[in-house]
Design a binder for this molecule. Sequence first.
Ligand code: NAP
Length: 314
Amino acid sequence: MTINILFAAKTERWDSYEGPLTKALTQALSQTGIDFDLRTDFAPAEVDYIIYAPNSPVQDFRPYTRLKAVHNLWAGVEGVVHNDTLTVPLTRMVDHGLTQGMVEWVTGHVLRHHLGMDAHIHGQDGQWRSDVPPLAEDRPVTILGMGALGQACAAALTGLGFPVSGWSRSAKTVPQVATHHGYDGLQTALSTAQILVLLLPDTPVTTDILNADTLAELPRGAVVINPGRGPLIDDTALVAALDSGQLSHATLDVFRAEPLPADHPFWAHPNITVTPHIASATREGTASQTIAENIRRGEAGEPFLHVVDRALGY
Ligand code: NAP
């Protein structure tokens, strides 16, 4: 038996994925007696699985009449989760490379602000600034979103000695992390956050979660780091909080419009750092193994990994 697997992402991604996916699928299906055909084009009615990026031309899933599942290459699914033409299971990407990249980016930007590196990098003006930064143990960090990425970042930061609080939708226990959940828990989580990291998905409930009211819950002079999604922040409230001194800095990797337009005020704001959605990315080698394992599971009748809850939107 042969299964047909459609790779539906931007054309340039095929060059980097074809080899790793072929290798991972060959390995994952080796004991099953199932062959596969992996391509960027098929007649829709012949496709069993779609390996998918939400910016692919495939937006109407109705012609894919024998489709068994769609495996998203990205962690974020806001670009596909509300697509009513998709009626089969949707999985999202949880990948070692994606997680490790995020851990490194978040740790680096937390340390930048914790150590006050900018004063020394930009302040080479003959002034002997001898203020010693506090230890990590005296710098509380809060992470909104205690999923795959939030928990991995929390582990790295607690390993460095930061007191970490985490916030999620459901209650959870995470080693060495003070966890909170629900709307009441949000206020508590924000109240101690000298550095706030956003690792929530973009859903109808999380839109503008950081707004004038919630920004006011932070300690004065807090730093916001957003590698989650742009709509998590009310941009007008963010700029007002920076201008009033309620926030001292915002490091933003994600935006409501990407690429961020060249004339967007964020670029020129002295207390905003823009990075161009590079906090992390799916890595072909490890991501291909996750997808191949999910296709093996589909053929074996086993539950898929990392299934998206369509009602919750993540
Ligand atoms: P995940 O495993 O699904 O975790 C999401 C977390 O957010 C969970 O802890 C979840 O709570 C929490 N959450 C969701 N809705 C909530 C709500 N209404 N109130 C409170 N907490 C809520 O996702 P992930 O893999 O960690 O990824 C997180 C996000 O990072 C992605 O959705 C994507 O937008 C972003 N991302 C960005 C980049 C980049 O390069 N900038 C790269 C990868 C991912 P529960 O635990 O209770 O479910």
